[in-house]
Design a protein. Structure first.
Length: 383
């Protein structure tokens, strides 16, 4: 990671100049919530200059892909970073993230609040979910209020009518919606990574706003990434009624299999470093001595969580918390099963452990990697 930071200096010519910060009409509590949750590490915040690429999970990862696609910049990068080709292969998480201006314009304030308290998977095509935060009630109130202020006024529409559902279903199938969207048990296909499963839409949007969006997403927000599908008002109402009224509730996820047993083969540090700690955990639990003082959100505190002092880049750092690692990995495994919330299930009623499991927000480690780490710990964490 040290080399990464240097990269940003060495390849400064590839950077785009930042604009002066804009002042948003945010209350101090909303400012504090955005800062505490480190929202700007992944999302461009409405009315704000994006954070520098050296800090942003999203723009640094996107930048690595952009350099990889540019032969000249790539040649320079390979000269500077011995591991560049590996970076190109590994980096994939947090590259597409939803636009918050488009989200705040259309989503129900109360839904956003409940989602921030207890995020769950929305986009079946996106392996990572939003990390869990530790935000205060005052910070949540402020964000809920900010969303309410950002909601776009839309024309009133007729109440959803069961008589429209059949026509809406037909339009949904033939007018291309299924190319991007899943819809609970009624449609699951290879979804576009940024398109939400529409099973959640009736909880996320008012019927009026949903109709306005289907008619013309850009009328709800200029940041909307969905194209205008060219519906007339009656068609948009019919599709909306299909999305709001049909029974799309998917069955609950099947029960989770037993936790993997520890590997009995001898396991060395180099193996778990390469497959787990150095590949995933280090990105949030850095050793400041090797990273110009930066320690990452899992070590120095971030996403609202207090500093833990947990460094997972060196063998000593990992050994120091050896007794906590298995538990954190198994919690994430159990949690991710819980991330898949079907419509009709209340996220709050589904068990979620008090502390978030690891790796935070990312899919759990594959069982084979969990077995390897458990085996290595059981063998006394040898070098
Ligand atoms: C580590 C990256 C990361 C951080 C930090 C982060 N988010 Fe997100 N956020 C995501 C991802 C990824 C999704 C999409 C999740 C999905 O679709 O399942 C998301 C989704 C959302 C959504 C739903 C939007 C939509 O269109 O569905 C809202 C609202 C949101 N984030 C707000 C916030 C706020 C507020 C903060 C700070 C308190 C924050 N996020 C911090 C990555 C992040
Ligand atoms: C300065 C650039 C930079 C920043 C900022 C950055 N990363 Fe990365 N990230 C990388 C590189 C390079 C790799 C590949 C490292 C390797 O293969 O050794 C990587 C890999 C990862 C991986 C493993 C591969 C994947 O994509 O799942 C995760 C997880 C990750 N980063 C998470 C984060 C999170 C979370 C943040 C924000 C808190 C972040 N990164 C910020 C450059 C960056
Ligand atoms: C090319 C891909 C694509 C197609 C085709 C498409 N959408 Fe979308 N849709 C998206 C994306 C991406 C979003 C998220 C938009 C954003 O965050 O800006 C979205 C958002 C939505 C939302 C908001 C739901 C929510 O939970 O936030 C609704 C409703 C919706 N689409 C309905 C439809 C309907 C109905 C059709 C067919 C007429 C359709 N979409 C066709 C990509 C698509
Ligand atoms: C996206 C950033 C991120 C990634 C990736 C990440 N962590 Fe964490 N980690 C955190 C944060 C933030 C906390 C503080 C949460 C808390 O206080 O419970 C934390 C806390 C922990 C803790 C102490 C709390 C507990 O659960 O006992 C352990 C142990 C831990 N992480 C292990 C890991 C391991 C092992 C990995 C890799 C598989 C990993 N982390 C990957 C951000 C991350």
């Amino acid at each position: 990671m040290r080399f990464l930071i240097l990269s940003l200096v060495a390849l400064a010519g590839l950077a785009t100049a930042g604009e002066p910060p804009a002042e948003g009409p945010w209350s101090p509590a909303a400012e504090s919530a955005f800062a505490a949750g480190d929202c700007a590490l992944c999302h461009d915040l409405p009315d704000r200059t994006p954070v520098d690429r050296t800090e942003s999970c999203t723009s640094c990862h996107v930048w690595i892909r952009a350099v990889a696609a540019n032969p000249e910049a790539r040649a320079t990068a390979i000269e500077i970073f011995p591991k560049w080709e590996r970076y190109e292969k590994t980096v994939h998480s947090y590259m597409p993230v939803p636009d918050l201006a488009a989200a705040f314009a259309r989503l129900e304030p109360a839904w956003v609040r409940s989602y921030l308290v207890d995020p769950h998977d929305l986009r079946p095509g996106l392996p990572e979910t939003m990390p869990r935060f530790a935000l205060s009630e005052a910070q949540l109130d402020a964000l809920e209020q900010l969303v309410a202020q950002s909601n776009v006024p839309v024309p009133a529409t007729p109440k959803p009518d069961p008589a429209n559902v059949a026509e809406g279903a037909a339009l949904f199938a033939v007018r291309g919606c299924v190319a991007c969207h899943g819809f609970g048990k009624l449609h699951s296909g290879p979804p576009a990574s940024t398109a939400p499963d529409l099973v959640h839409a009736r909880a996320r949007m008012s019927p009026d706003r949903m109709r306005a969006w289907i008619l013309n997403p850009q009328s709800v927000s200029p940041h909307a990434t969905m194209a205008n599908m060219g519906f007339d008002e009656a068609e948009a109402t019919a599709v909306r009624d299909y999305l709001v009224l049909s029974d799309a509730a998917a069955p609950p996820a099947p029960p989770l299999g037993a936790a993997p047993a520890p590997t009995t083969e001898p396991v060395r540090w180099a193996q778990v470093e390469e497959r787990v700690f150095g590949r995933i955990c280090v990105h949030c639990h850095m050793d400041p001595a090797q990273n110009e003082g930066r320690a990452g959100p899992g070590n120095a505190g971030g996403f609202g969580w207090k500093a833990t002092g947990i460094e997972l880049q060196t063998l000593d750092g990992v050994r120091a918390v050896g007794d906590r690692i298995a538990d954190s990995l198994l919690r994430r495994r159990a949690e991710s099963h819980r991330d898949v919330v079907a419509w009709g299930q209340s996220p709050a009623s589904l068990h979620r452990p008090e502390r978030p499991g690891m790796p935070l927000g990312l899919p759990p480690l594959p069982d084979a990697d969990i077995a390897l780490v458990l085996g290595w710990i059981e063998q006394g964490m040898p070098e």
